[in-house]
Structures are given as C-alpha cells and as structure tokens.
Design a protein around this ligand. Structure first.
Ligand code: ATP
Length: 369
C-alpha cells in the first residue's frame, strides 16, 4: 500500500474490480471498495442487491468470479474461511444449545488448541466485555434473545479476528432492544479498535452504527460516504429515496449567478433558488431533492424565505414528536413537510384542505445526478 495521509483511512480490506456471477446471473458487478482499519462499515441496500454476497466473499464462503479481494497485504480470494483472520456473526447466532455460555465462547479457542489458562483468561475477558459474567454457566435456552446475541458476539470476538462480519445481527430483536444493542455494538467496536462490517437493509440502523455506509443497488455501489454526507448530499435519486424521506422536483436550470442557480419547474410558479452548484449549467434538466424537515408550513406568507410556494393540505400525520404534512401543489404534486411538535399548538391550527405556504432556504435543496 501507498503511505496514507490520513492514518484513519488505512485500508484493511480492498475490493478491486470484483465481480461475482452465479451461472449467467451477475450478483456483484465490478465493485471497487476500500474498508479502513478500525472503522464500523455498513453495507446497506434492498433485498437482493448483493450485500450478503459481499460478506460471503469476505468470509470465504464464495470466491469472486473476477477481481481481487485483499486483507492487509494479502490476496485472500482463494484462502479458505478457517484460515482467514475474519469471523462472521450470523442472524441466527448459531450457538451450541447443549453447551454453556462459557463453553460456547471457548469453543473456537479449544479447536485452535490454545493453552487452557489462556482460554480461561480470554473467556473471562469476553464475558466482561459483553456483560454476561453472571450467566457463564447457563445454556442458551436459559437466556433472553438479547443475551444470546451477546454470547454470539463474544464467541465471534474471542479469537481476536482482524475483521468481524455482522449479517443482520439485530434482526431478531424488538425495536427497543435493537436500539440499545446498536449502542452496545458501537461501544465494543470502539473499545476493541477492530474493523466491523455490518450488513443491513435498515437505513436507520446503518446511520446509527456506521462510520461509513455503502449504499448498494443491483450488484453495484451507488455511494460510499459518512451517514451525514449520504443523508445531506445524496449523489443520486436512488440514494436520496432509499435514505429517509425526500421531495423530488424535476425541472430545468435557469438564471445562473454567483450565488447559485434556479430551477424552473411548473407553469406560473416562481423558480426555485438553489445555492452554489458551480458545476451546473443553464438549460440542463435537473432533479432537486429537499428533505421534508427542511420545509416550513405557515398560514401567512413568510417574509424573508428564499423559496416559498402555495399549496393545500391534503393529509396530516401526527407522530408524537413530529407532524408530517402532505401538501398538494398547483401541479398536483404532493410535497411533504415535517414540523417538530415543539410548536405543536401553533401547528394544530391546520386542517385538511387549508391553504398554506411552504418555504425553505436555498441551501436546503440538493441537485441530484
Ligand atoms: P437479502 O437482504 O434479501 O439477504 P442481499 O442483498 O443480501 O439480499 P444476496 O443474498 O447477496 O442479496 O443476493 C444477491 C443476488 O444474487 C440475489 O438476486 C440472489 O438471488 C443471487 N444469489 C445469491 N446467491 C446465489 C446462489 N448461490 N446462486 C444463485 N444466485 C444467487
């Protein structure tokens, strides 16, 4: 490897032009990707996009049809699973039902012929890490789902792998426990300074745990970036739509100035101001994305808004801390706006079919490719 400027960005895993075919079907299509040392990386995408195939190639259960996968300085494409410093934790946990928690954690170490005292020490360390000391002598059926999940985690970490793969690890847990476990996983990953790769189709989960996310579609990676960049600056309509809720307006770019550019989008409607966008030119067709929480709804015309349009309330969804308004524009499009309910009393004045103003700043919209 070349010397890396940023020590946090030293690749541990590299996919180089990796393609995986099953017969004539291409599951992974020419992917190049670096996963850094000590990062918590998420592969995110809808069912069938190829996430699990990426993981299985990392674990060694599948070999790439083309391209190179390396770990550190080694090409691992043809190294069998048990010879890789990689461990995979499955959604089903795959614990041995007749063995105690301790014995489950010690299993791999015994197979590798670790000396007895070192095994005992390591098991102790792992039990402490996942806070299961009190449960060392129990069998899996005497544990809750969350505890079983932690045993599985302890077992996959016991051998000190360089890379831990987590395949939908929290899928079986209910929402509250899932959220709590996400934070535990983050703590453990940080404590150990290890590289974790998680596969998930749950965008909130990826946003919560990961330092970087690769959004996949149809065997390809659409965007790799931090959760903030993926959310605030999606590079495509696909990514914008997949991560969170978004309003999309199509139109033509006009009136470019030093401050920005405008989008002409409907007959008789004012053009929409978009800040910056130095690399865009007039007369291009364009697609603008605006997150609902960046749009305000008011009854009176807002004074100093960069953008404001009229609409009529079509639907209101009250979700406790937030309310989402569906507002019909003059061209029939439904535009979503989300307001925090700190101002709920003021917002309660709106009802179905009310005429309202929608407004947002010129910096709130992002032009997509
Ligand atoms: P999910 O979230 O549903 O698990 P995924 O993103 O993990 O989906 P993969 O399991 O990687 O998707 O599968 C990607 C594509 O490759 C799918 O269309 C799948 O049918 C196909 N595929 C995977 N394994 C095989 C195989 N052994 N033989 C043939 N096709 C396969």
């Amino acid at each position: 490897f070349a010397p890396w400027d940023n020590p946090d960005e030293k690749p541990l895993v590299r996919f180089k032009n990796v393609t995986k075919r099953f017969g004539s079907f291409t599951a992974i299509d020419d992917i190049s990707l670096d996963i850094y040392e000590r990062e918590f990386f998420a592969l995110l995408g809808p069912s069938g996009c190829g996430k699990t195939t990426m993981m299985r190639m990392l674990a060694g259960f599948e070999t790439p049809s083309e391209g190179i996968i390396s770990l550190g300085n080694d090409d691992i494409g043809k190294v069998p699973p048990y010879k890789r410093p990689v461990n995979m934790m499955f959604q089903s946990y795959a614990l041995f039902p007749h063995m105690t928690v301790e014995a489950n954690i010690a299993f791999g170490l015994k197979q590798d012929k670790w000396p007895k005292d070192l095994i005992a020490e390591r098991v102790e360390e792992m039990l402490a890490l996942v806070q299961l000391r009190k449960f060392a002598r129990r069998k899996p059926h005497q544990l809750s789902g969350g505890q079983r999940q932690r045993v599985a985690l302890a077992r996959s970490l016991a051998k000190k792998p360089k890379l831990l793969l987590l395949d939908e690890p929290l899928g079986a847990l209910d929402k509250k426990l899932r959220e709590q476990t996400q934070f535990e996983l983050m703590d453990i990953q940080e404590k150990l300074g290890m590289t974790f790769v998680i596969v998930t189709h749950d965008q909130e989960e990826a946003m919560t745990v990961a330092s970087r996310i690769a959004v996949m579609d149809d065997g390809k990676i659409m965007q790799v970036a931090t959760p903030e960049v993926i959310y605030e600056y999606p590079n495509s309509r696909y990514v914008a739509d997949f991560i969170g809720d978004v309003n999309i307006i199509e139109g033509r770019l006009v009136n470019k100035t030093a401050e920005g550019i405008k989008l002409s989008w409907a007959e008789g409607e004012p053009e929409i101001s978009i800040a910056n966008n130095v690399n865009r030119s007039e007369n291009e067709n364009a697609c603008l994305a605006i997150r609902p929480e960046k749009v305000h709804v008011t009854r009176d015309e807002p004074k100093d808004a960069d953008n404001k349009i009229r609409g009529q309330i079509d639907d209101i969804a009250y979700v406790g801390n937030l309310s989402t308004y569906h507002v019909k524009l003059s061209n029939g499009t439904i535009f979503k706006a989300q307001e925090s309910n700190i101002r709920r009393l003021a917002n309660r004045e709106f009802t179905w079919e009310d005429h309202v103003w929608l407004s947002w700043r010129s910096t709130a919209g992002v032009l997509l490719d």
